[in-house]
Design a protein around this ligand. Sequence first.
Ligand SMILES: *Cc1c(COP(=O)(O)O)cnc(C)c1O
Length: 392
Amino acid sequence: MSEQQSKNNNNKPETKFATKLIHFGSEIDEHTGASSVPIYQASTFHHHDIFNPPVHDYSRSGNPTRQALEDYIALLEGGARGFAFASGMAAISTAFLLFSTGDHVIVTEDVYGGTYRLLTTVLNRLGIESTFVDMTDFDAVKAALRSNTKAVFMETPSNPTLKITDIGEIAAWAKSHELITLLDNTFMTPYHQRPIELGVDIVLHSATKFLGGHSDVLAGLAVVANDSLGRRLKQLQNGLGTVLAPQESWLLMRGMKTLQARMEQSERSTRKLAEWLSGHPAVTRVYYPGLADHPRREVHEKQSKGYGAVVSFDVGDGDRAKAVLSRVKLPLVAVSLGAVESILSYPAMMSHAAMPQEVRHERGITDGLLRYSVGLEDIDDLIADLDQALNG
Ligand SMILES: *Cc1c(COP(=O)(O)O)cnc(C)c1O
């Protein structure tokens, strides 16, 4: 954090989340009073005094616009230091390079597909081994521990069946074995869930989703709980060069200011949609942590402030799923989630297409499963549209 930014933050009274989203320390330019962070579109910085180098000297190592974003996400997650990357996968792969040949990591079995691919096609070549376990089963997590285990990687609720991991339970156990804990918080965002407060060491985001919120920027963020991890991640970010550019940093901050307003509205709509889907004759199963019968709902409620804006549902078989996809008129039919517009995805043919069919089916990712990310449209319109698509 630059001196100017920390001075700004120190001047602020202790505030609630919605206020932090707007008054995060760099919302006013110190030099001109401009109402948004300047975009420092510069790769390098002049040394006015060769004996007294500038705070930032080269934009891979540090850029004031990116720094403002990094301080912003650290504030929201309640961590020591934030980092911005070119994509969610850039953030996740940079964090995994904290580990070395011979190290072993325990990873949730329904981890994001790109993370699975990174672990099984890249990091395995470098001698970083991983074991995938069902993290709703604490005994399975404990049984995966080896003498060379260095970390536990969580994602909760998981994608697309929204399985719930007990963050505090696993973080405490990991700490007792001196393991680093990492958590992909993309689905919940710091508005709903703050893993560092529950003992997690590194929080990761695909900011492409809810944080950006407008399907117009690809970005990743990481927040670390302490300065020592901060120094190590900084060295990796600079060494690998996986940084986010200044324009994208600005655009992301622009989106993040409305995070709470968007999340609240989308979640209210998602609860309504999930209830409605539960009573629909063409739907065989609904996955949403806000539903009374969702497995481990009480664990989710203990660690999160809300249920999020993603609901998955099963329409029975692949033909019906494809029919729904071709008949809906409002949502974007696409990969991705967490935007102002609703997005309907088909995991079997999109995010989880690379998974062997029997593994996919075992995890509930059937050919009839659809995933709905609810945007800001009027929920009655979304329901009417989905109803005509389901009844067809
Ligand atoms: C999209 C996503 C990622 C990857 O992020 P990119 O920005 O696409 O690189 C990682 N984790 C989760 C949960 C995601 O949804």
